[in-house]
Design a protein around this ligand. Structure first.
Ligand code: WTA
Length: 646
């Protein structure tokens, strides 16, 4: 019996145009195959060769070392990530080239050249030093999509501080948990942020979180929304006042390859979010090389990525990958539908973007608004499209291909994770024939495979566990404060890196990602751990027990369905249902708000008390395919749940 049945069969193939291939870094499939073979025969030689493109203060002694399951790249080498992303580009003669084009919701865009970016970064780096921030200190960054966000990250990298960015859409509780786990000493935030023309009170949220975060000594506040906020004397400072007095240059710290660069929290299967740790040289090299080849970057490209920098996509493919390549980035502040659902297409037209990278959920949502929106815009500047974050269904792929790419632009469906630091499986746009819905082939140096439960290799088109069999430079180094969890989560099951995704490999070696195997739910491309939402629900005084499961959703891909058992003395009501949904929104963040919430008298459990999620999933999906329910303590409960389904 197959471990996972694959039902998707897609027969169409699209080839890159001759014109595209001719000018591409990797020009045809033979070239990819030859280079790939060489790269996996000796990944260390491959990466050592590529690493020469970066500026090093001291060359490495050893390319890769396995330190009892913790992988170290380029030990003995010293460099600075910020120097490589900014100074190195200025030195190469591109100081006057636009590094960042910032498009605020209001539309009055602002451009920073590489030279200007260098100055802003240096000034903030000097401010950080003056506030006593040293190498190895953690700086929490809770900023919206404004230029101060990449500037703050780069300033940290410049002086060797470890940044931990928290998505600005998260609530104060989520911020508090992350600050407490990372023991950050400084918080950088803004007064407020704009979305759909409305102001979101960022500083108020931060203040609420800081009541329980004694490690934070100072707060730097960027002025964005001009909303009234309170400043705590001696603790809080305005960004613009501090940088006014700062020098325009700040030397870049020479950092060992394996010094920490950043922590980024992501949802796991159990408990609180995990702090994924990335270090200097390996991460930078991987972001640099994958960006260069997957996006086939050229000097005159204008690259627009719609991700929020609060997620890994923004870290690797708005900040570190593009800047280290000397690219021009378009960064948008707000909502895709503000003021109309053509905002992305308008931005492409306005800035003549050549490369566009977004998430399937955005494509589905914008496709639903109708073809007239993209049709009214001039999208002829585009030459390459990309997607990330979740599987893209072939219908959405075709719409993207026809309506946005006008059948002219290759689409790179890039598979990767917060943990992988950069893209591991993706087409190369000038070389790889595309199959809608498939992330195609592994990047150079990446040995990906699909395994059965017993660790044997799955057959052709047989679904199983997606694993990566050898280390790569961009991989996570550990989980912050929890090295045991790093080992048990990623390496215990098979002894090689376990992704948590299921996949199949077809006759031609193409990878088809089938979704998560564990209890992580991908809502609109964002990773949400069931445990986090469940503990939020249970923290409400009316709730005795809760379980959440994903169910298919037209636009978001998956949405959250919650089953809630109330404590004695609480009445089921629509009012309470709304209150509970809002409670999750407030305590975890609006992205985690359950779309549906069903009250239940009991949950299906095994005799040992374990909740049987597959049964709840079947109920949520309206399927009668419960599997064996006789192991339940009370099999009768299933019919009642199905009857009460919303
Ligand atoms: C999913 C996002 C299918 C996958 C960069 C993975 C994808 C999780 C794709 C990581 C893709 C990402 N096709 N699924 N092209 N890209 N995923 O950490 O389930 O937010 O494990 O990183 O997103 O999510 P994360």
């Amino acid at each position: 019996m197959k471990f996972i049945d694959s039902i998707l069969k897609e027969g169409r193939t699209f080839y890159p145009s001759h014109e595209f291939s001719r000018r591409a870094h990797i020009k045809n499939f033979q070239e990819y195959s030859r280079l790939y073979k060489k790269s996996v025969e000796n990944p260390e030689a491959f990466w050592a060769e590529k690493a020469k493109q970066l500026d090093w203060f001291r060359k490495w002694d050893i390319v890769l070392r396995n330190d009892m399951g913790f992988f170290k790249w380029f030990e003995g080498g010293y460099l600075n990530v910020c120097h490589n992303c900014v100074d190195r580009i200025v030195k190469s003669g591109k100081g006057k080239k636009a590094a960042l084009i910032w498009e605020p919701e209001s539309g009055e865009h602002k451009t920073y050249t590489y030279e200007e970016l260098l100055k802003e970064v240096c000034r903030l780096a000097n401010v950080l030093r003056k506030l006593g921030i040293k190498k190895g200190d953690v700086v929490e960054i809770y900023l919206p999509m404004i230029p101060e966000l990449p500037i703050a990250m780069l300033a940290c990298a410049r002086i060797g501080a470890i940044h931990s960015v928290v998505f600005a859409g998260f609530s104060s509780d989520a911020l508090k948990d992350r600050i407490q786990d990372s023991s950050a000493v400084l918080l950088i935030t803004a007064d407020g942020s704009f979305r759909n023309g409305k102001v979101f009170p960022l500083k108020d949220n931060a203040d609420a979180a800081l009541k329980e975060c004694p490690s934070i000594k100072n707060v730097i506040v960027a002025k964005r929304a001009n909303n009234g906020i309170s400043m705590s004397d001696g603790r809080d400072f305005w960004w613009h006042e501090l940088v006014n007095d700062a020098e325009d240059f700040c030397g870049a710290e020479s950092l060992h390859s394996e010094e920490s660069l950043f922590i980024l929290y992501t949802s796991g299967t159990t408990g609180k979010p995990k702090g994924i740790l990335h270090t200097q040289a390996g991460y930078l090299l991987f972001a640099y090389q994958t960006f260069k080849w997957v996006f086939d970057i050229r000097d005159n490209d204008i690259y627009f990525c719609t991700a929020d920098i609060g997620w890994i996509t923004g870290h690797s493919y708005i900040v570190y990958g593009p800047l280290s390549n000397g690219a021009t980035i378009v960064m948008y502040e707000g909502s895709p539908t503000f003021p109309n659902p053509d905002r992305f297409w308008r931005i492409i037209e306005k800035h003549k973007a050549t490369i566009f990278y977004t998430a399937p959920t955005a494509i589905r949502a914008l496709a639903k608004e109708g073809d007239e929106w993209p049709n009214k815009c001039n999208l002829s500047s585009l030459r390459l499209l990309g997607t990330v974050g979740e599987p893209i269904n072939p219908e959405a792929w075709m719409w993207y291909h026809e309506m946005i790419g006008k059948k002219r632009c290759p689409i790179v469906d890039t598979w990767w994770q917060t943990e992988t630091g950069g893209i591991l499986i993706s087409p190369l746009p000038g070389a790889t024939p595309l199959k809608p819905g498939s992330a195609a082939k592994p990047f150079f140096g990446i040995v990906a495979d699909v395994l059965r439960e017993d660790g044997s290799k799955a057959g052709i088109n047989e679904g199983g566990y997606l694993v990566i069999k050898t280390p790569w430079p961009g991989m996570l180094r550990t989980i912050w404060n929890n090295p045991e969890k790093y080992k048990s989560t990623y390496f215990e099951k098979f002894g090689v890196y376990l992704t948590g995704d299921s996949a199949r490999i077809d006759e031609e070696g193409y990878f088809w990602i089938m979704g998560r195997i564990d209890d992580v739910i991908k809502v609109a491309g964002h990773r949400i751990g069931s445990a986090e939402v469940e503990s939020s629900l249970v923290s409400h005084r009316a709730v005795a027990e809760a379980a959440i499961v994903p169910y298919p959703h037209d636009i978001k891909g998956q949405a959250i369905y919650a089953f809630v058992v109330l404590k004695k003395g609480f009445e089921k009501s629509d009012g309470l249902r709304e209150e509970l949904r809002n409670h999750v929104s407030k305590t975890v963040g609006p992205i985690a708000k359950p779309d549906k919430l069903q009250f239940a008298d009991d949950l299906p459990k095994t005799r040992s008390g374990k909740i049987m999620r597959r049964i709840l999933k079947a109920v949520a999906e309206g399927s009668r395919d419960y599997g064996n329910i006789m192991t339940l303590a009370d099999p009768g409960i299933v019919e009642i749940l199905a009857k009460d389904r919303i």
